[in-house]
Design a protein around this ligand. Sequence first.
Ligand SMILES: *Cc1c(COP(=O)(O)O)cnc(C)c1O
Length: 383
Amino acid sequence: MRATKALIHIDRLKSNILMVREHLRKNKNVAICMPVKADAYGHGAVRIAEEAIRCGVDYLAVATVDEGLELRNAGISAPVLLFSQFLKEEAVETARARLIPFIGDAEAAELFAAAVASGGCSRLPVFLKIDTGMGRMGCRPEDAPALAAFIASFPTLEYAGTATHLAVSDSAEPRDIEYTGLQLTRFKSALDGIRGKGLSPGIVTAANTGATLYYPEAWFDMARPGILLYGYPPDITNSAEPRFSGPRFAVRPVMELESAVVAIKQVKRGESVSYGRTWIAEHDTYTGILPLGYGDGLPRGLSGKFSVIINGKSYPGVGRICMDQCMVDLGASPDIERFAAASVFGGEMPGALDAAEIARRTGTIPYEICCGITKRVPRVYTN
Ligand SMILES: *Cc1c(COP(=O)(O)O)cnc(C)c1O
């Protein structure tokens, strides 16, 4: 196997799940749905799903029908929510795989109701999706009671749950806290309208990571924290708002990106390293070459802004990150053996970077860093 790999620390995943479950117990017993979309945020959907179910996660969720089929083909039988809209030609497969679609309009309900029958099933669960202010999938809150009744009218559909998604639950800005309040108010009044029609909204779910942490009033029957379970709480600093203060939630990054120093090279003062000659040695030194680049998902924008840990010591990256390689400055007298491992992010040694810090330095979010680790990088599961 190549030197560059994503170590997936299953022990950390387990402790994150247990921590979140403990946290959700503070109020009442709330079920957990673990999103494993985008190959489990880059961690490998099948293995993560299996471990999550073993840890007592109740539901899984995917974004695409193919992602759901991957889980089913691997023998995973747990309930799987389908967050995004299936295509017309995917409806029968969706039913056959017993994925539970989010339904946000009448046409989608009709399509799925017909697909259930032609897929050879008698009746399958669906969730009603209400757009309370995310501006994405879902019906308008005022249309929810009628759509709920429409769904319930199909003998092939079981109206099993009601969901919404929050746009700014991870922000401590006063106007964002107000907006989340408004979304929850709209959601609750839609639920009242549904109940007013004599229908049960089933499993009610609204909380992503931000709301799982900060809005117990958004927990309802099931939370859907994604990035939190992969080890990244939202980065909320300097908040005067009491709900956002208190101890930092001590989840641990599940993914550690590791590479190795596959060659050690002498570089003399005044010589340059990599494309663009952006780095020129100020002293005689040695560089280590890592077989890791933007082709593996290490953002090129991180050039000159990262370091790696080798044998417990931090070494700065130098020069442009290439597609397949990057270089670090090992200093004038390196005591590093060739082929030594280099931890790039997600290690737990002092000075280690995590995907959140890499994201800050490249103007993005840890989600994109983890999802962006490409398929060229083998996922290696460790305990
Ligand atoms: C991705 C997603 C989640 C999880 O979001 P996090 O920010 O990772 O907690 C929950 N619900 C829906 C509908 C999603 O698309």
